[in-house]
Write a protein that binds this ligand. Sequence first.
Ligand code: NAD
Ligand code: LMR
Length: 326
Amino acid sequence: MAKAPVRVAVTGAAGQISYSLLFRIASGEMLGKDQPVILQLLEITPALEALKGVAMELEDCAFPLVQGVVQSDDPNVAFKDADYCLLVGARPRGPGMERKDLLAANAAIFSVQGKAINDHASRDVKVLVVGNPANTNALIAYRNAPDLKPGQFTAMTRLDHNRAIAQLAEKTGTHSTDVEGMIIWGNHSATQYPDVHHTTVAGKKATDLVEQDWLTSTFIPNVQQRGAAIIKARGLSSAASAANAAIEHMRDWALGTNGKIVSMGIHSDGSYGIAEGLIYSFPVTCENGQYTIVQGLDVNDFSRDLMSKTEKELGEERDGVAHLLP
Ligand code: NAD
Ligand code: LMR
């Protein structure tokens, strides 16, 4: 018997990430080729005309899985009964900016949307925040959604995770599929800590294959600065790779990772000594629609120092938006 459709809300639906994202959701790459979807697209009023064009293109694909497309500038409409919310709509940074410079422009969006999700979405909704600064925006959203569990709100560090895998595969002359157990700790920012201490490459320990000096002076800064490098090269921030990461984050959360470790920005429960309540990227596995933090990993002094630096930044970002946290 055919599955009942699920409702997928996407904000910033006329923006550049969404232009790569929507068509992949519609073709079943996120929730499965047998899962019909109703797309609920949110934009600001001046972008509704552009959104109409995107909706026309969706229509022109005649996707078998699409059971409806809602277009709105009202979060209360776009999040109504939503099972999945991808919060993409926010200003992107330009050259010379850090992601946290966007807090002033973007934070208020996520208090409004957190409230609307609280009041209108499915009680089992899964929320992914992509709009930057993603971790703190996710924190603002869950704090404004008191009737839902904080664990239902996540932030995207999957792009960093994938970038780190690609860099390590290139360095070791292997394929990205040979790399397992990559971890991004902390913030989706220049303080994030890409950690290879638990990573294997074709079954060998990554730390036996690369020098510590390469990790410190090349790998870690390259992953931390990859977003800025894309902006410099393209004149615009990453879009297709961000959409790809969003698809993988939601797919893995909903459908499971089969034991594979991935990185997700999630509500900290105090694991690894990270302050409870921050949205911090941890290594997780997913099964039956739930994520579980991978426990018991050894953390050496080098890692602890970097994990604490990114935790400190997240605490500062949280304190900077105290006025939006009920
Ligand atoms: P974009 O400017 O092309 O699109 C953003 C869209 O959001 C615009 O169409 C705009 O009208 C819309 N929007 C603005 N405020 C809104 C609101 N309140 N409600 C609904 N829609 C709204 O930007 P983009 O390149 O698609 O990037 C979107 C965000 O994603 C940026 O903040 C960017 O920094 C971030 N991003 C995050 C990651 C990550 O890894 N977490 C990766 C890439 C980009
Ligand atoms: C990225 O990592 O590519 C995005 O967060 C965009 C940015 O501002 O770097």
